[in-house]
Write a protein that binds this ligand. Structure first.
Ligand code: ADP
Ligand code: MG
Length: 627
């Protein structure tokens, strides 16, 4: 028997370990299972290169709870350790590893949110146990070793008569951690961290009903057998070659990953690189819904099939965090803070790679099946538009496949749109005006007017599209986006043919104050225009610049303070309309005001601005007028 002191420089590391990241105590299980997995895969490797002359068998990891003894055991059939190796790996290396880890993170563990805590390793067992035993027998055949440590720097190491190869870690669960003796708790943790573990994990047994033999009579009771309860899938889809997978396999994996998600995904992207870093994974474009819970079913980060986190901030570019799926990389440094992670060269490359793969996939979907791509556009546009705004490299690729749907459900790329509209929609100053609507119903009248002129009207209704327009205008000189209700149609795209005004300048000067007297001037600016006599007499417009700045403010960005501007409108009065002539020539003030109010209300109505008392008055007045 040997006794000894673990080489301690921190007076007592165990209280420190116990305190470390209270909420993360549960990671001890992941650490010990990772060690058991390593021991098994290492042995497999040694066998494959002929260095270990043993049979692997169906090496699995077993987790056992003994409620009476208050122990939790993690048992593997991996390469095991000799007594010397226990001395070296557990007493020296693992210990100094844990010590170093704690030293490094004792100050910043709270504010930086260390992601994953790989590295604390074996000694994380002391977060939940007040005594830990290791019983291990090396594949090399020496006598088994039995190491015991009760949380003081003292340990004992003696021989043991364990027969089978491998390691058993016995945790004597501490009084304050008895939750880890509950089946439900352990099975929850196994599902969270290890459901795609590389080595099968057995947690208890389960009953399975055997299929009835062929031709069996109906009343035969099917036979039941007790089988190992294996909690993991050791070969998840992302570890396979894309060529070996069918669409259905991807759909099935989506369901496996998010059993509570009933919406199917739109398409997937299989990630697979081994240079200059290792990364595999599958990303899915989900169907985005209005009130989607962004915290649910997020992208999961794995390291060699062990779950690390579902917060991939810093690793996956922001705009792709709405995607679903898995990424797995041994190259992501997990023991560092997020700010450090963002600056890490390898991580930057990973983020760039993912962006590129997503862009390439979208581009090939667009090229190979445009119809299908158009059908999916509404579900994916927010992600793409967000990407175009936030990643210049993505913008350069996406501008070739980003779509701009019209109110008639035709989908143009930006280049196609410019080509299609350049003749009709270039104004006298050479500005190429792109017309759009945000709501087909609300802007119906304006859309009709624009259509009559033969213009194309886009339907742009995603929340950040105002920012995108701003960007497209900046990168395409002379291109201007204007919403159809920003002005009268003749003013939206000004051509040379000016319409002659029926009213003289004098008459206009009389008319303007008449109208101004009836409309609230804090909100409306009256503007007389000589327009087509068939166009509406009164028209309410929202200047493009103002509206867009307000919208951009609402979604973040735009010019400072513009969001607080009051609602401002233009009231465009068509001096060539018969009704306007009549207003001017009506002698009694009462009758004239009635005409002005009625026309003004109608204009408001077409912009959905007539509500409450104003609406009630309008209805009353309308009945009076027709009776
Ligand atoms: P790490 O896994 O990062 O090396 P750990 O503290 O988790 O650090 O483990 C330290 C060492 O102890 C391992 O590298 C390994 O050599 C040994 N070890 C731990 N658990 C086992 C096990 N189940 N079987 C064999 N060796 C083990
Ligand atoms: Mg380890």
């Amino acid at each position: 028997m040997s006794k000894g002191n673990i080489n301690v420089s921190v007076e007592n590391i165990f209280p420190l370990i116990k305190k470390f990241l209270y909420s993360d105590h549960e990671i001890f299980l992941r650490e010990l299972i990772s060690n058991a997995t390593d021991a098994t895969t290492k042995l497999k490797h040694l066998i494959s290169i002929g260095e270990a002359k043993v049979e692997l068998g169906d090496a699995k990891i077993e987790i056992n709870i003994d409620k009476d003894a208050k122990t939790l055991t993690i048992k593997d059939q991996g390469l095991g350790m000799t007594a010397e190796e226990v001395e070296k790996y557990i007493n020296q290396i693992a210990f100094s590893g844990a010590e170093e880890f704690l030293e490094k993170y004792k100050d910043d563990k709270n504010e930086t949110g260390v992601i994953g805590h790989f590295g604390l390793g074996f000694y994380s067992a002391f977060m939940v146990a007040d005594k830990v035993e290791i019983i291990t027998k090396s594949f090399k055949g020496d006598k088994a070793a039995h190491w015991t440590c009760d949380g003081s720097p003292e340990y004992t190491l003696v021989e043991h008569d364990k027969e089978g190869r491998g390691t058993e870690i016995i945790l004597h669960i501490a009084e304050d951690s008895t939750e880890f003796l509950e089946d439900g708790k352990i099975s929850g943790l196994l599902t969270k961290y290890n459901r795609f573990n590389q080595v099968p994990i057995k947690f208890g047994t389960k009953e399975e009903t055997l299929p009835l033999p062929e031709g069996a009579a109906e009343d035969v009771t099917p036979e039941k057998v007790t089988v190992d309860n294996i909690i993991n899938n050791t070969n998840p889809a992302w570890t396979k070659k894309p060529a070996d997978l069918e669409d259905e396999d991807y759909t099935n994996f989506y369901r496996e990953l998010y059993p509570m998600q009933f919406e199917e995904s739109l398409f997937h992207i299989h990630l697979n690189v081994d240079y200059p870093f290792n990364l595999t994974g599958i990303l899915y474009f989900p169907k985005l819904s209005q009130n989607m819970d962004m915290q649910k079913d997020r992208i999961q980060l794995y390291q060699n099939q062990v779950f690390v986190t579902d917060n991939v901030e810093g690793i996956v570019p922001d705009f792709l965090q709405m995607l679903k799926g898995v990424i797995d990389s041994p190259d992501i440094p997990l023991n560092v803070s997020r700010s450090y992670l963002q600056a890490d060269g390898a991580v930057k490359k990973i983020s760039g790679y993912i962006t590129k793969k997503v862009a390439d996939k979208l581009s090939s979907l667009f090229k190979n099946n445009r119809e299908d791509f158009e059908a999916k556009w509404n579900d994916i546009k927010v992600i793409i538009e967000y990407g175009m705004l936030s990643e210049e490299k993505f913008f350069d690729k996406a501008k070739k496949f980003a779509l701009y749907p019209t109110v008639d459900d035709t989908y143009f790329t930006f280049d196609e749109l410019l080509e299609k509209t350049k003749d009709a929609q270039t104004d006298k100053d050479g500005n190429h005006i792109v017309l759009y609507a945000a709501n087909k119903d609300a802007q119906h009248g304006y859309i009709q007017d624009a259509k009559e002129k033969g213009y194309e009207i886009l339907l742009l209704d995603s929340p950040i599209v105002s920012h995108l327009m701003q960007k497209l205008e900046t990168s395409n000189d002379k291109v201007k986006f204007t919403r159809v209700d920003a002005d009268h149609i003749d003013n939206l795209i000004k051509k040379d043919d000016t319409v002659i005004s029926k009213l003289s300048d004098e008459e206009k000067e009389t008319l303007k104050p008449m109208i101004e007297a009836s409309v609230p001037k804090e909100t409306y600016t009256v503007q007389l225009e000589a327009m087509d006599s068939n166009a509406s007499p009164f028209l309410i417009t929202v200047p493009e610049f103002m509206r867009r700045m307000k919208e951009m403010n609402a979604t973040g960005g735009g010019m400072m303070g513009m969001g607080n501007l009051p609602e401002m409108y233009n009231l465009v009065v068509n001096t060539n309309h018969e009704l306007v002539g009549e207003i001017l020539n009506t002698k009694t003030e009462k009758k004239r005001n009635r005409l002005i109010n009625q026309a003004f209300d109608l204009a408001k109505l077409s912009q959905n601005l007539l509500h409450g008392e104003e609406l009630t008055n309008f209805i009353k007045r309308s009945y009076d007028l027709i009776k």
